[in-house]
Design a protein around this ligand. Structure first.
Ligand code: NAD
Ligand code: IPM
Ligand code: MN
Length: 352
């Protein structure tokens, strides 16, 4: 029996609704498999925790997390009580950085039973490889002369190491898929970092002569995500470009509530973290109608990470079946609750 120790951080808002449902799905998947077992350690680290303790996690929080095979996170953020930059940098971005989760993998595909807002969505199936540790998300900068005549500097930081490793990951992934990588650039307007990005891309691609490539400015690329997403296989993007593109990825599937992600520590030195693309959705929190698919599909990515590809594929098939049968939350046109969608997935998994 393989015992998998998972640190669970439901976080804020709908994270607290979708995470328990996804944990039950994981337990059910483990039962079906027979050879794995999940041991969940649930941590209440969140904005509520901050309110009580003045910090997003205890001082030894990172040490505690380190001792797990993976981290399963819901969402962080309750701007009514803690400013977003404090809560997110206190936990989500902190974990991504300190645990060197240097790439964030975010698939989007035409999903059976989901009504895409696109008139003719075709059969798109793409993965965005988002650089996850640097770029536009940076602490380099500052503010002087607060108030009138204020000066604000926010520096983007791109390293050769970080840029290359995201690109290499994208090429390796493309080799296992349809063999195509698109680079998201903006070197026409951002003259230092994005010309560097292009240079690195042009060099790395010579190491993968079997993989076809394209380079596309982010503005046009964002539009192509809407007009012809089927043209993409793997897209490699900087931290901010990847962030924005993947909300579009969610939207064209039918809802941001279905999009999953995996923050990967490539060396296996620290745990990787699995979380949906969406946030804490304060506008719908408490109604029991949050779509749990993004969280459950993130669980599927965690199964893949543990080498359980067959089980992961079964789970994704079951999610599609349940959606196709019309057991859906309101954001994708149904009337089921978070709980009911989870139960339907568990019962179909058991009947496999
Ligand atoms: P959001 O993703 O939380 O919500 C955007 C819209 O999508 C809302 O209308 C929401 O109701 C809807 N939505 C999101 N997830 C859904 C789901 N599972 N089912 C149905 N509808 C869903 O983005 P936001 O409103 O910009 O951010 C809210 C808070 O979450 C902020 O504090 C933000 O910083 C934080 N946030 C956290 C994460 C994270 O922890 N990974 C990611 C994004 C945003
Ligand atoms: C995401 C989120 C985060 C990000 C925020 C909450 C800091 O939007 O994971 O997509 O931008 O990385
Ligand atoms: Mn985002």
């Amino acid at each position: 029996m393989k015992n998998l120790k998972i640190a669970v951080i439901p976080g804020d808002g709908i994270g607290k609704e979708v995470v328990p449902v996804a944990m039950k799905v994981l337990d059910t998947a483990a039962e079906v498999h027979g050879g794995i077992k999940f041991e969940f350690d649930v941590f209440p680290w969140s904005c509520d925790y901050y309110k009580e303790h003045g910090k997003m996690m205890p001082d030894d929080g990172m040490d505690i997390l380190k001792d797990h095979h993976a981290i399963f996170l819901g969402a962080i953020g309750n701007p009514a009580i803690v400013p977003d930059h404090v809560s997110l940098w206190g936990i989500l971005i902190r974990i991504r950085r300190e645990f060197e989760q240097s790439v964030n993998i975010r698939p989007a595909k035409f999903f059976k039973g989901l009504k895409s807002p696109l008139a003719n969505p075709k059969d798109f199936d793409l993965v965005v490889v988002r650089e996850n540790s640097e770029g536009e998300y940076s602490e380099a900068g500052g503010r002087i002369h607060r108030g009138q005549d204020e000066i604000v500097i926010q520096n983007a930081v791109f390293t050769r190491k970080g840029t290359e490793r995201a690109m290499r990951y994208a090429f390796e992934l493309a080799r296992k898929r349809r063999g195509h990588v698109t680079s998201a650039t903006k070197s026409n307007g951002i003259v230092h970092s994005m010309t560097f990005w292009d240079e690195v891309f042009n060099r790395v691609r010579t190491e993968y002569p079997d993989v076809k490539t394209a380079s596309c400015h982010i503005d046009a690329l964002a539009a192509f995500f809407v007009t012809k997403p089927e043209m993409f296989d793997v897209v490699v993007a900087s931290n901010l470009f990847g962030d924005i593109l993947t909300d579009i990825g969610g939207a064209i599937m039918g809802s941001i509530g279905v999009a999953p992600s995996a923050n990967i520590n490539l060396e296996g030195k620290y745990p990787s973290m699995f979380e949906p693309v969406h946030g804490s959705a304060p506008d719908i929190y408490g109604k029991g109608i949050a779509n749990p698919i993004g969280q459950i599909w993130s669980a599927k990515m965690m199964l893949d990470h543990f080498g359980e590809h067959e089980l992961g594929q079964k789970l994704l098939d079951v999610i599609e079946e349940v959606t196709n049968e019309g057991i859906k939350t309101p954001d994708i046109g149904g009337s089921s609750s978070t709980y009911e969608v989870g139960e339907a997935i568990c019962s179909r998994l058991r009947n496999l």
